[in-house]
Design a binder for this molecule. Structure first.
Ligand code: AP5
Length: 226
């Protein structure tokens, strides 16, 4: 038995932040499409170069590329107990492809946790985000800066700002989200598996709310650890 959950929400809503903690507190594996593209870029692969050309403009990478990458990723043994999808699906085509693949493997999406956050907060979070080059931890110069400016508290690595986090690109990413990803809210509402969570609250509050929602549909083997 597996449990599969999607974290849905606009850029800056806190999907990555929450997915990391949820994965630590459950047996589910965090699969983030954006992280996979950034890893491919660091490795200098063709996929990485292709993705960068879209990411830098705040546009979505073509569906067929993303779908192939994610469906391949979730075949790995570490996804056997279930997956926390972060940043995927982002279009109706991606949602349909994921649903079909799950059904073909006698599995399904059990729940969709939708993080709602107002636009002005999103833009501030994106503008303030700093990510560690070494371990991927995220900080925020407005909300919780690292103790030493530019240095990761967790591993001492160097912090950087993502190239798609400039104000202009961030605004465009939000526009793309409203046009192409927001319709998924209704898509999953119709399946009665959507749980809306107030993503504007503090990180720990949001995390507890997500764990409560998860415990409503998670199978016992992957229940949150105390
Ligand atoms: P991706 O990497 O998926 O970025 P995104 O969805 O735009 O989301 P972000 O990573 O910006 O935000 P988040 O919700 O994870 O927030 P975070 O936790 O970091 O995608 C990047 C690009 O890749 C796309 O534009 C596209 O080109 C391509 N791509 C990826 N997936 C694709 C797909 N499926 N199809 C096509 N193309 C795809 O938090 C943000 C900041 O806020 C951090 O500083 C954090 O510390 C802070 N924060 C978080 N929560 C709180 C809180 N509760 N209170 C205060 N601060 C908080």
């Amino acid at each position: 038995m597996t449990t599969n959950v999607i974290l849905l929400g606009p850029p800056g809503a806190g999907k990555g932040t929450q997915a990391k903690t949820l994965a630590e507190r459950t047996l589910l594996t965090h699969v983030a499409s954006g992280d996979l593209f950034r890893a491919a870029l660091r490795e200098g692969t063709e996929l990485g170069m292709l993705a960068k050309s879209y990411m830098d403009r705040g546009e979505l990478v073509p569906d067929e590329v993303v779908i192939r990458m994610i469906l391949e990723r979730i075949k790995a043994p570490d996804c056997e107990l279930g997956v926390i999808f972060d940043g995927f699906p982002r279009t109706r085509e991606q949602a349909v492809a994921l649903g079909a693949s799950m059904a073909a493997h006698n599995s399904k999406i059990d729940g969709v946790l939708y993080l709602s956050v107002p636009n002005d907060v999103l833009l501030r979070r994106i503008a303030g985000r700093q990510t560690c080059k070494t371990c991927g931890a995220t900080f925020n110069i407005y909300y919780f800066p690292s103790h030493k400016p530019g240095i990761c508290d967790a591993c001492g690595g160097k912090l950087y700002q993502r190239s798609d986090d400039s104000m202009e690109t961030a605004q465009h990413r939000l526009d793309v989200y409203f046009a192409q990803t927001m319709p998924l809210i209704e898509h999953y509402q119709r399946q009665a598996i959507l749980y809306e969570i107030d993503g504007q609250r503090e990180i720990t509050w949001v995390n507890e709310a997500m764990l409560r929602a998860l415990s409503q549909f998670m199978v016992t083997s992957a229940q949150p650890k105390e």
